[in-house]
Design a protein around this ligand. Sequence first.
Ligand code: PEP
Ligand code: MG
Length: 543
Amino acid sequence: MQIYEGKSVFGGIAMGKICVYKKNEKQVKRQKIEDEEAEVTRYQEAREKAMQQLQGLYDKALLEVGEANAAIFEVHQMMLEDDDYNESVENIIRTEHVNAEYAVATTGDNFSEMFAAMDDDYMRARAADVKDISERVLGILSGVSDADLASDEPVIIVADDLAPSETVQMDKSKVLSFVTVHGSLNSHTAILARTMSIPALVGTNLAADETVDGKFAVVDGAAGKIYVEPDEATMELLEKKQQEFLEQKELLETLKGKENVTLDGKQMLLYANIGNSKDLATVIQNDAGGIGLFRSEFIYLERDHYPTEEEQFLIYKQVAQTLAGKRVIIRTLDIGADKQCDYFEMEKEENPAMGCRAIRICLTRPEIFKTQLRALFRASAFGKIAIMYPMIVSVEEVRKIKAIVAEVKAELDAQGIEYGEVEQGIMIETPAAVMISDLLAEEVDFFSIGTNDLTQYTLAIDRQNTKLDEFYDPHHPAVLRMIRMVVENAHKKGIWVGICGDLGADLELTQEFLKMGVDELSVSPGRILPLRKIIRETNVGQL
Ligand code: PEP
Ligand code: MG
């Protein structure tokens, strides 16, 4: 047995034979030609045909993976229409008196090197796209079509790298999994693989050659591993894992794409809670309508230094882009209490849960807060980002936050940096916020109830202390009454309200929340479909 590791693009277990995917080598020779104008025309005709193929791929991707992910083929069309690209090809043909193949290959290399050298991650990833369009035109010019899968049975595709067009063109019924040696988690191929719900790994430390070709293997997408010729004991474990995964998938298949609507037509938004951009795969796999809580403090906890604006921006941008226009609610850092970060150099406190945490740190150390806000607003140009502030106890805090946000926006305006419309909400997780929720509702766009902290502060029970479990009643009427009060106050002021604490995933309370009129539940991704099932089986009017 050999075990190779890669970066997980999408979870799930795939078992089957490996098929190493080799691109058809398009050998490009430099040839002198006599009639440059005829060669330019030959190029233009090939380019026109490539445009038509890309339109076909766009239409196919639109059906299979949705508009946002199909957009890559529109980008490819735009690249092929780019004046600089076309002038470069035609110029090489005319001035060097060479064949169109050579001119396209040279232009493709030059442009992709130029993109690869750029500072911006997104632009760097476009190097692969320029190569992809150049390969397409070359294929048409030389009459060599793209490689096909050399297998009739479903296989695990192992490749050095895969261009987005190669991924989309493959017959999905024959693909169990993608495993590539190169490729980034940000690449469109990775995004496509996630959207297709195919277990996939990139950056895997194996060789895409005869050492693995044709061998039986198991891909554990979530663990980022591929087992080639696994032994019996490993196989047993993996089969069990696959069984669990399949049961979950079965539920998913029947409910995926369906609305979260009750029998009498009441809608509920079902969003996902994440702590990390690595969780995105399961968000999409479980058909979340958006992200209702991104616990951004994990970005701080994973490092031994304050994350820079750029580091944060790239993470938020990736999340926004992957969610492709769906709402992404990012909570500003909630350090303190059980989440301690050494480099914040906080003084030791007698009672950290009631100490300097969350928004209290942000308001006393605005330079840290502003760095995060700048990153968030910048990322809002790439998707539908909303910001949510934790541990609020007063209207004054919200006004202070708004003043800081106004400063950040003014700075971005002065620098000519774009940002989108950003909804701003607060977490309701202290009894104080509940009691003044009518006043707070006038200040913000939405509420999200953090029942984990709300329960601990209402019942005066430390959520970390397992010895108090017998006293801890998550269904305590005090908490449920508070939720009802918050929903009523929010609706009176015309704002929406969700629950992002663990209680939101409690299936025993789903009907109660529907009755109260809760607009959104944000839960760990795996809980979305079980919730959808209950919602669709409920008639609120008859409760
Ligand atoms: C909550 O308190 O319910 C919540 C969602 O925030 P966290 O669990 O991160 O404190
Ligand atoms: Mg909380």
